[in-house]
Design a protein around this ligand. Sequence first.
Ligand code: LLP
Length: 433
Amino acid sequence: MICENIGINASGHLTFSGLDSIDLAKKHGTPLYLLDEDRIRDRCRLYKNTMQECLGGDSRPLYAGKAACFKRMYEIMREEGLSVDLVSPGEIHTAMKAGYPMENAFFHGNNKTDGDIAYAIDCGVGCFVADGEQELDAANRIAGEKGVCQNMLLRLTPGIDPHTYDAVATGKVDSKFGSAIETGQAEAFLKHALSLPNLKVIGYHCHVGSQVFDEDGTVYQDAADIMLAFTKEMLDKYGVQPKYLNLGGGYGVRYTDRDPQIDIAANIRALAVFVKEKAESLGLVCPSVLLEPGRSIVADAGMTLYTAGTVKRIPGYKNYVSVDGGMTDNPRYALYGSKYTIYIANKATAEANFRCDVVGRCCESGDIIQPAVLLPEPERGDIIAVCTTGAYNYAMASNYNRIPRPPVVMLSQGNDYVAVRRETYDDLMKNDI
Ligand code: LLP
């Protein structure tokens, strides 16, 4: 099985977080997002404890809410004492409604509008991650109008290629995010920030990319190397000693058994040794390190269940199995060619030798969940399980073809409960006038 929270029970059914997936499909209907709350909490603790142990100070993970954003997630983050990274007023609003303590929130975005900035300040967001000088001016003006001094991290681009797919590689110099160190713009960004009375620079940020397999530790250590060298230069020139070094998110997860398993704790430990040694060699007080994991907290805590419909065989060509969802609940193959592991949940012990494309119900050929998968002989009514869908699936779902979004059902200690209910047809029309 692709993840240790997946098993097979005596009825030959796939289990997830110890629960029978067929029972869950019957109870909640399909398509259905399942999320293993126990695993999410384990991941939060792993990051939090490891960072505290080996980096100390105020080092901590911020959960990147963009990976899976709904009220219950922020309640879990609140309960786990995790800080969060939020990217829009909508995410801020969701966290607020969950009673999330906003002083632990960091507000990201490459194009925060004046309205976004005002809203985040009104909500008491602890820190902004500023993307450029124009944002600083707007934030300074709005903070001044509101009589507050807003904490800021400055987002920099260290010029690192994380060897992932282009849409999620963000740390390169030509990125739309942040200010590049190489071009001198990062220094100008800092100088400008220091001149603004209603902003307080408390650190630097970078994010190299997402779904990064940093097996030898070079990607994050290279980023830290460049960021700390910049820190030292700025300390010497302007006397700025930042409290935080935020190295972003991005640790990769296993979608198929060809992907490596990242040992997150070992990776963080190695990073900690590197950061401390580097800081010491530069004569810097070691900043507290922040990381922004999204995918690696929720991805393999997720599974999507569908009901198989039409099975189409085109002799000499290929086979299709159509499911009752598709690119509306999981656009990742359509967007990035992402890989997935798929099982027939009610035939979990059967031999998988039927090659087919698993496709959705939308009216376009690109609506593919995964091409060329091997499944047991499929039939209409089978329950199809797509694994590792906890990150960037519900979060990126749409209503294309007027298809309602599936519910999110949480699994915790052998129980299941609905965290986000299934959209109704009336929900689809609620803004139609
Ligand atoms: N921090 C920043 C500034 C980010 O831009 C991101 C992701 C993260 C943290 C979290 O990265 P993670 O740990 O989840 O890899 N929709 C794409 C992924 C986009 C990632 C965008 N930024 C996908 O489905 O693969």
